[in-house]
Write a protein that binds this ligand. Structure first.
Ligand code: MG
Length: 319
């Protein structure tokens, strides 16, 4: 199944993709089914995808039943046309920071080491960092470029894992059981801030609007294990990154085993799994994002996530 969040009537709604043209409003569908006593009636209507994800296998079964009913022409009042609504980030406000992995594709590690005149050594353990929930934006939203904050903004297409089942000290062989599905994340990065603050990641990775996400979450039973998907990015139509997820240094199961050592992962948690080679700062000469640039991130089986860079003057202090 393909889950997404859409905006309509100034509200966010949890949705399921029926086909290329139609979505099922899950909140309405559950409510209608409860009234009629048909599929999904045993559960309260989910308000958002976090509640869908937290609902576990029973919720997935109920969603599958409602999708079947809608595909057979049922629940017409809960069916909306894709072009009548706005698709937003599938999880517009994650419950905690978005977990990320740096340096997880060998060719990207090499280009990064070359650009920084470092010895070409790959990490021996995954390099973890996070992006705050306030960084998340959806498909079509603008990435703000405040040049007095950073004038070296860069893109990084990444496969995003959505955790379905909580776990701590998860073993690699069990890791796939904890995955709800996959989405696309663009780990937009302020390279100057990444370098300026002692080589840490948070400041350079945490600015508002630097976590575009979407357009949908494809469940693991539909997409597969995520271990051999073509992953690409382009800027204004020019391909910049083009690789497959099988070239990750640390595989998805190994990443989840390592991240969950002594650290509880919960339903709805997100993990961006690293970016392939071809980022702007490693180009010769380096090429950073500019006002009006369109960055498109594409992963096989999930779709395309596009965002425009918008230069703004430094905003006034906001409280
Ligand atoms: Mg990254």
């Amino acid at each position: 199944m393909r889950f997404l969040t859409f905006s309509s009537d100034q509200q966010h709604w949890p949705g399921l993709v029926i086909d290329d043209r139609r979505l099922l409003n899950l909140k309405l569908a559950f409510a209608m089914a409860a009234r009629s006593g048909s599929g999904g009636s045993a559960r309260p209507a989910p308000n958002d995808l976090l509640e869908v994800i937290a609902g576990g296998d029973e919720m997935l079964t109920a969603c599958r039943d409602l999708l079947s009913i809608a595909r057979e022409g049922g629940l017409p009042a809960a069916v909306v046309a894709v072009n009548a609504v706005s698709i937003v980030a599938p999880i517009p406000r994650p419950l905690k920071n978005v977990f990320c992995v740096g340096s997880n594709y060998r060719a990207h590690v090499s280009e990064a080491n070359r650009a920084q005149a470092k010895a070409d050594v790959a990490p021996k353990l995954p390099v973890f960092f996070t992006k705050p929930p306030t960084a998340v934006i959806g498909p079509g939203d603008s990435v703000l470029l405040e040049k007095s904050v950073s004038d070296k903004m860069d893109y990084e297409v990444e496969l995003g894992i959505v955790i379905g089942k909580a776990g701590r000290n998860i073993r690699a062989e069990d890791a796939l059981d904890h995955i709800f599905g996959f989405t696309i994340i663009n780990d937009v990065t302020a390279r100057d801030l990444q370098r300026a603050h002692g080589g840490q990641y948070l400041k350079g990775k945490g600015l508002d609007t630097t976590c575009p996400m979407g357009p949908q979450i494809v469940t693991i039973d539909e997409l597969g294990n995520g271990d051999n998907l073509r992953i690409r990015s382009s800027v204004n139509g020019e391909i910049r990154q083009d690789d497959t997820t099988e070239n990750m240094i640390f595989s998805i199961p190994v990443l989840l085993e390592s991240l969950s050592e002594g650290l509880t992962l919960e339903p709805g948690d997100l993990l961006a799994t690293g970016t392939p080679s071809g980022v702007g700062y490693a180009m010769e000469p380096p090429c950073y994002l500019q006002d009006g640039d369109v960055v498109s991130c594409e992963i096989e089986g999930i779709g395309e996530l596009s965002n425009v860079i918008r230069e703004t003057a430094l905003s006034a202090a906001v409280s």
